[in-house]
Write a protein that binds this ligand. Structure first.
Ligand SMILES: [Zn+2]
Length: 472
């Protein structure tokens, strides 16, 4: 029970004052590492099940690349992070236990430079490295937090979108914790300071921070629909903005260019907005009137919108221009392959996936696309071989396990298919469903001795973890 955990942590750390001048390095005494991991897993299970979770490996991959670049230059304690995207037009980003950081598409699109986006993410990373949420949770003594799962749900809802999930929260009787889990001004100042440090060390423009927060404040004053969740959890004061401004004024001036990745990701998100026809019109107009900072990204956006609108011939024309021009980029290769696939040209699609995975072997979204296209073409053994090879490199990749499960299923391997499905579920934080799957696999009766005993060992391992979690 979390209540017991709280009683314990409160005994160790009786008062967590609201005003700690320099919060400094944090000792991990609020949650144990195991408890925090369990909470993090419960949160991600809810995230993956939420229809607003954007299951787009390319956007997610970009966000993780940016996030880890900032984490790598953080002076504070390092840990695992997971960055994910929420399909929601409001401007928001939020950090949760377990190093899980969510970013709304609204923020990705509203940021006027990559440095602005980086500044918000760096701020969230600092909330994580400083254990701010764990400290706030530990500071509460309420007895209405029945389980880790309820806390996970309440945190997710209060962070991401208080309106959507309030019914679910009310049912957990934890509704009122929302307001008690807003960061204090001291936490905000600390996150600003450490965020600034990451931003400058990471080579971003520190003015991105004050620029963005200034605009956020103005936007919120006039149109109070775009930013409330963010501004409620991260109280923005004139002191904070003044601090940011004085810090960035002291920094040496240097122009920082946005990466092509940033531009492509935004073009990709914009191509998904509104009706397919509107997206095509908007992308065409931007390209024609040269309203872009990267022609490649603008053309990419048009090609993506055309594929979405099923105008395959026009899409292919733009794809050809992208492929023959410079610069090249794995997202361009992926779009080219996907355009061919959507147009029913599976041979061409496979050629393009092959070329892309050879040119960018470490870019996993291309691998997912390639494996899915092989499965689609009925080349199940090739798909499985590719998935297995990737899994030796990335054994914690739930998408690869899901693709491996599909390949095994299409090859008629029942035990291995359920086993791979179970691994994907376990990595998504859903241990109960993973146990169900692996049990089905063991009952299928088509595994060899080695496969059976490996699956049996895995089931026992998960049962132990699940039992320990239930005890909590
Ligand atoms: Zn904050």
């Amino acid at each position: 029970m979390l209540r017991t955990l709280l009683a314990f942590t409160l005994a160790v750390q009786p008062v967590l004052a609201a005003d700690l001048p320099d919060l400094g390095e944090v000792s991990r005494q609020y949650f144990s590492d195991q408890e925090e991991q369990a909470l993090g897993r419960a949160i991600m299970r809810d995230v993956y099940a939420d229809p607003r979770y954007l299951d787009d490996p390319e956007v997610e991959s970009y966000l993780n690349q940016l996030g880890y670049k900032l984490v790598s230059v953080s002076s504070r304690n390092q840990r695992e992070f997971t960055f994910f995207v929420v399909s929601d037009p409001s401007i928001n980003a939020f950090a949760m236990p377990g190093g899980n950081i969510g970013v709304h598409t609204g923020l990705l699109l509203a940021a006027q430079s990559e440095s602005e986006l980086a500044s918000v993410i760096a701020h969230e990373i600092a909330h994580v490295t400083q254990d701010h949420i764990a400290r706030m949770v530990a500071a509460q003594s309420q007895s209405y937090w029945p389980t880790m799962a309820a806390l996970a749900l309440a945190l997710l809802a209060s962070r991401s979108n208080p309106n959507v999930a309030s019914a679910a929260i009310a049912s957990t009787q934890a509704y009122s914790i929302q307001n008690q889990l807003n960061y204090s001004r001291d936490y905000e100042r600390e996150a600003d300071r450490l965020g600034y440090e990451m931003l400058t060390r990471g080579g971003y423009d520190p003015r991105g921070m004050s620029g963005f927060f200034n605009r956020l404040q103005r936007a919120n004053r006039f149109y109070d629909t775009s930013a409330p969740a963010y501004l409620r959890t991260h109280p923005l004061t004139s002191d904070r903005i003044a601090d940011m401004e004085s810090r960035s004024e002291a920094a040496p001036y240097h122009q920082v260019e946005d990466s092509l990745d940033f531009q492509l990701v935004r073009a990709r998100l914009r191509a998904q907005e509104g009706s397919p026809q509107d997206a095509v019109l908007a992308a065409r107009a931007a390209l024609k009137e040269k309203r872009y900072s990267s022609e490649t990204a603008a053309r990419y956006g048009l090609a993506a919108a055309l594929v979405r609108a099923r105008q395959f011939k026009e899409a292919e024309t733009e794809v050809q221009k992208l492929l023959s021009g410079k610069p090249s980029h794995p997202m361009i290769q992926q779009l080219a392959a996907r355009a061919a696939l959507a147009a029913g040209q599976s041979g061409l699609a496979l050629q393009r996936f092959q070329a892309g995975s050879e040119a960018y072997p470490g870019y996993r979204p291309l691998q997912y696309g390639h494996i899915a296209a092989l499965l689609n073409a009925g080349r199940n053994s090739d798909a499985l071989a590719r998935a297995d090879k990737q899994l030796t490199l990335y054994p914690l990749d739930r998408r690869l396990w899901r693709l491996a499960a599909q390949a095994h299923a299409q090859l008629g391997h029942r035990l291995q298919s359920h086993r791979a499905q179970a691994e994907a579920l376990a990595l998504s934080g859903n241990l109960v469903a993973a146990l169900e799957q692996i049990t089905l696999g063991l009952k299928a009766g088509d595994g060899g001795f080695h496969e059976m005993s490996a699956a049996e060992a895995r089931r026992r391992e998960w049962q132990e973890i699940e039992k320990a979690q239930r005890k909590n």
